[in-house]
Design a protein around this ligand. Sequence first.
Ligand code: OAD
Length: 241
Amino acid sequence: MPGAVIPDDLCDLIGAARRVVALTGAGISAESGVPTFRDAQTGLWAQYDPAELATPEAFARDPALVWRWYRWRRELIAGVAPNSGHRALARWAARAESLVVVTQNVDGLHHQAGQEQVIELHGNITRTRCVNGHVVEAAEPERERCSRCGARLRPDVVWFGEALPEGALEAAERAVREADLVLSVGTSSLVQPAASLPVWAITAGKPVVEINPVATPISGQVRFSLRGKAGELLPALADCA
Ligand code: OAD
């Protein structure tokens, strides 16, 4: 949608916003070729069972299987690049007093796009840590042990049933509290605690703009619900900044 039409009142709101928070999910990386989780057919959870691949219990049961799946995702992500949506946010950040990205994504594409302030709620798939939390370098993490404590190595991502990285949620809440505009981009708004952030912003009376090709549980409550792709709408929104 080159030249996507942005309503005047939204463009004015963006132009006046000084502190912006963008809450992002798998949808912002979809146009880079990273599969989402819950989209029918193409979503990862339509093809794989999260209970077998993305829980601490699954890893304890069959670390080789979990590592095979993460190695496949690491290779996939290593072969993609940020898209116009990631780049638009980074461009917007250079114009606003502050623009903080709070992402559920583990692909590192916001950083790659030049975005400086990024809070990664679910970790980063390119990093390896041991089960005791030491982040280490490992060429063959499925075979090596932690150089500091000898424990088993795992990807540095958050699995179902695990707590978020220390301080990440608090930092995200602080950013939302200080924001005068909140974007919710490419997320199903179903996974807690990330999904509580836009709801909290709505409750606090902040203008929330949602970007998603389909409706989500928050669509009826946000100030602007834009139905479309992040890679097409975000460049048009950034032009208002
Ligand atoms: P989901 O797969 O649940 O949702 C992706 C959302 O992106 C959907 O609402 C799509 O409609 C939307 N979408 C698809 N293409 C898009 C595009 N081009 N532009 C904008 N939106 C688009 O992904 P998340 O909400 O990020 O957690 O999922 C949250 C968490 O659930 C993930 O971090 C992961 C997963 O299980 C863990 O692994 C712990």
